[in-house]
Design a protein around this ligand. Structure first.
Ligand SMILES: Cc1cc2nc3c(=O)[nH]c(=O)nc-3n(C[C@H](O)[C@H](O)[C@H](O)COP(=O)(O)OP(=O)(O)OC[C@H]3O[C@@H](n4cnc5c(N)ncnc54)[C@H](O)[C@@H]3O)c2cc1C
Length: 387
């Protein structure tokens, strides 16, 4: 390799300035970390404004964001109750904020509003945007990362690399399961108004979620890939008709935004850390969006890693014991969240009659049994803390 002009020295390099990477940087700074921190992203800063997702955020996530002064007060729509049912079968239940004694079961916020609130708290010099990592080499006391930025090769010497670059490509380190489902996203106007109610409707194609967002519903319409292509190709009227058919007649949908779609796979990294490297957020585990666990889990990764680095015995952030202790500490939360989400998708996404009856009985039991409802609600409101 030719000699490069610039070598940047840092202590913690976070690759991926998405919401999880930014949360980690903020939590470290707020915790008074003596380490130098640098965030690197392949995209220009602010690219998140084009992201079409809306996320259901748990009450616990709101509390963490508030602690970081990064809760976007005006952008979140509170969920007051959640109606859960299955198409073509009996059984349904409603989880309410009154029963769970909380102000809201969760909040719905656009990804771009979440990201911009975090970004606004970060110093401009902290992020190296539009940068592509070309190579990483481990050295005796650190790692050397070579990258390309605006046609110029640069190097970063760091003691720890945190991978927060979102869903990984397939590799031997990742366990992947393809759900053969795509999420088609849109924002639609309901009639009558939603009154802060979210709907989770399980259909043979996959789950259909309606999340209150401003005056609209953010729709996550999960279907097999070929149906997703058809939904994407429809004009607005036909799309609203297809949505109406899948949802039923309890509400009418009158307008829709343009649509976007995401293929859905479960991706679980086997080991959370390696020599001077650690993985968090979607880079560590990418889940099906059905129960809105992904970012809520990712923010807990960032929070716990910041705590581990701030309270670790070693001054070296790449210390193997600190990283291994972090990985061990995250095991129950990540495997529990992945199993919970994966279980829901597998049990609910089919039209097998005995399973439909079992599902109906399950929903009925949930409806009749407050402690079971409290367990499900706890996952949504707090994440693993409830468990
Ligand atoms: C349809 C859908 C609905 C969802 N709904 C919910 C929900 O309701 N609730 C919830 O909690 N979660 C939800 N999720 C999951 C949630 O979006 C993710 O868990 C969350 O975005 C993960 O954040 P992250 O920062 O880890 O990764 P990302 O948001 O993917 O950010 C990764 C960042 O890394 C950058 N990057 C990528 N590759 C590189 C590279 N090679 N080098 C440098 N930078 C790189 C990207 O530009 C980006 O800025 C949903 C996901 C989908 C697809």
């Amino acid at each position: 390799m030719t000699e490069t002009a610039t070598v940047i020295e840092t202590d913690i390099l976070i690759i991926g300035a998405g919401p999880v990477g930014m949360t980690l940087a903020l939590a470290l700074m707020q915790g008074g970390s003596p380490q130098r921190i640098l965030l690197l992203d392949q995209n220009p800063r602010g690219s998140y404004t084009k992201d079409p997702r809306a996320l259901a955020l748990s009450h616990g996530t709101r509390q963490l964001l508030e602690t970081l002064d990064a809760w976007h007060m005006n952008a979140g729509t509170a969920i007051h109750d959640i109606h859960i049912s299955q198409a073509g079968g009996f059984g349904r239940t409603v989880i309410t904020r009154e029963e769970q004694c909380v102000e809201a079961l969760g909040y719905v916020m656009r990804y771009r509003d979440l990201a911009s609130a975090l970004d606004a708290r970060l110093n401009e010099n902290l992020i190296l945007d539009a940068s592509t990592v070309l190579a990483t080499r481990m050295e005796r006391n650190g790692a050397l990362v070579t990258l390309l930025r605006q046609g110029v090769e640069m190097q970063i010497r760091t003691q720890l690399i945190v991978h927060a670059e979102g869903a990984p490509t397939e590799s031997a380190d990742i366990r992947t399961f393809d759900y053969h489902q795509h999420a088609v996203l849109a924002e639609v106007r309901p009639q009558p108004a939603h009154q802060q109610r979210a709907w989770e409707r399980f259909t043979a194609d996959g789950p259909l979620a309606l999340l209150p967002l401003g005056a609209d519903y953010s729709v996550v319409f999960t279907v097999p890939p070929e149906k997703a292509d058809a939904l994407m190709a429809m004009d607005d009227r036909a799309f609203l008709g297809a949505l109406q058919q899948q949802f039923g007649s309890r509400l009418r949908f009158t307008h829709t935004s343009p649509r976007a779609h995401f293929p859905l796979k479960l991706r679980l990294r086997r080991e959370l850390c390696a020599e001077r490297e650690v993985w968090i957020g979607n880079a560590a585990q990418t889940l099906h969006p059905v129960s809105g666990q992904g970012f809520n889990l990712g923010i807990r990764d960032a929070w716990e890693l910041a705590n581990a680095l701030l309270s670790g015995d070693s001054a070296d952030p790449g210390d193997a014991h600190t990283l291994q202790a972090y990985a061990q500490h995250r095991r129950i939360d990540r495997t529990g969240s992945a199993a919970f989400t994966d279980g829901i998708v597998r049990v609910f996404s089919n039209d097998f009659t005995p399973l439909r009856i079992a599902r109906g009985l399950g929903l009925l039991a949930l409806d009749l049994c407050p402690p079971a409802r409290k367990f499900v609600a706890g996952r949504m409101i707090w994440g693993a803390r409830e468990i």
